[in-house]
Design a protein around this ligand. Structure first.
Ligand code: MF3
Ligand code: CO
Length: 249
């Protein structure tokens, strides 16, 4: 079942989303070679809580961290560690869920650590563009598949691949709600979007082929071929004439 939210509820997600946006900026300001991912996760938890929110990923189906931190070939759901340190040339993704007053916002950004190579620049630039390109499809009355197809088309045009096993989702009261939103698909297919749906749209694109593995920690999803991955995500509300971003521009 896909929830339809009132404007009042949408505003609550937007309040949570403001904390997300600030948390991304704060964490990005801490990035430098030598710091551990655990340090960043601890800082994320403190930041969210000091703004009145709850890190909603923590404890979700047993997930152990405040936010998801994924480096290089890790696509999503990476786990922060005391003995994993950022290196010059890495790319790092923060995937943050903040719960505030019972409502959850979800957003992800990928950042360079110092200077990164051209391949990583290309990947980050076009993954972010894929998100905004997909969002152009969003408005009430449009089939969900149009968003998926648009993201896939954009990714492939720029030589990037789309893993099939992971994608976006509804969000609001729960971390993951219906519908699942693949980053590949066909125009004209899928449920019809309605005003008041809240969706997390999140292209996770990879440089190599689309196949993924799950690490022994049962969480971290990595590319099978070891190629790099980037991830950009916003939570949005579907409107009659388009969409409203709830996690900051
Ligand atoms: N933001 C992540 C997603 O959309 C979910 C984080 S909770 C986790 O998949 F437990 F799954 F990590
Ligand atoms: Co998400």
């Amino acid at each position: 079942m896909i929830n339809i939210y009132t404007n009042e509820e949408i505003n609550k997600v937007k309040e949570a989303g403001k904390i997300n946006k600030l948390a991304h900026e704060y964490l990005a300001s801490l990035i430098k070679p030598g710091i551990s991912t655990k340090y960043l996760d601890d800082e994320a938890g403190k930041f969210i809580e000091s703004h009145g929110g709850i890190p909603a990923s923590k404890g979700y189906e047993g997930y152990p961290c405040n936010i998801c931190i994924s480096i290089n070939d890790e696509i999503v759901h990476g786990i922060a560690k005391e003995d994993v340190f950022l290196k010059e040339g890495d790319i790092i993704t923060f995937d943050i869920m903040t719960k505030l007053d019972g409502y959850i916002a979800d957003s992800a950004t990928t950042w360079p650590v110092g200077k990164v190579n051209k391949e990583k620049e290309h990947l980050m630039y076009h993954t972010k563009k894929a998100l905004y390109t997909g969002l152009k499809e969003v408005k009430a009355g449009v089939p969900l598949g149009n968003i998926s197809a648009r993201i896939q088309q954009y990714a492939e045009k720029h030589g990037l691949s789309v893993p099939h096993e992971i994608g976006g989702h509804g969000v609001g009261k729960d971390v993951h709600e219906d519908p699942f939103i693949p980053n590949y698909g066909k125009y004209g297919e899928g449920v019809i979007l309605k005003s008041g749906m809240i969706l997390a749209i999140e292209p996770m694109l990879v440089v190599g082929d689309r196949h993924v593995d799950v690490l022994d920690d049962d969480w971290t999803i990595v590319t099978h071929d070891g190629s790099n991955s980037a991830h950009f995500e916003h939570t949005i509300a579907v409107r009659d004439d388009g969409y409203e971003i709830l996690t900051g521009e």
